[in-house]
Design a protein around this ligand. Structure first.
Ligand code: FES
Length: 121
């Protein structure tokens, strides 16, 4: 069985509860950087590619602004589309019914580590 590559994004303590943060990551030196973001809430830590399913545009037009005012949904800054935090499913907006691409998080109490599946590369 092939092992899925992993990438350490940051320390768990770098992201407060009900906050989000974007990252540009390159798995190897010659790889182009890809945009991902992490949301941390009381249920855990969730990571997605930073690409809306309908335009492939990034969701944050201001750095790290991924959540709505109440911090209970991921929100597209341009169109206001709302995505569930735990599975990336869009419940309102131009991409209603579609999902963000989720990356598995292997957090421990110290670091936020994500798995990089084939569609990442
Ligand atoms: S870019 Fe798709 S909802 Fe805004």
């Amino acid at each position: 069985m092939t092992e899925v590559p992993t990438f350490t994004l940051c320390k768990l303590s770098d992201i407060n509860i009900d906050c989000a943060r974007g990252f540009s990551i390159a798995y190897e030196d010659n790889e182009p950087e890809r945009e991902v973001f992490v949301v941390r809430n009381h249920k855990g830590v969730f990571c997605y590619l930073n690409r809306c399913p309908h335009t492939l545009a990034p969701l944050d037009w201001q750095p790290d602004q991924f959540l709505n005012y109440d911090k209970n949904f991921i929100q597209c800054s341009l169109h206001g589309a709302l995505f569930r935090i735990d599975d990336g499913f869009c419940i309102w907006g131009p991409c209603k019914g579609r999902k963000l691409k989720k990356l598995q998080v292997k957090s421990d109490s110290k670091d936020i580590v994500i798995e990089l599946p084939d569609y990442y590369f």
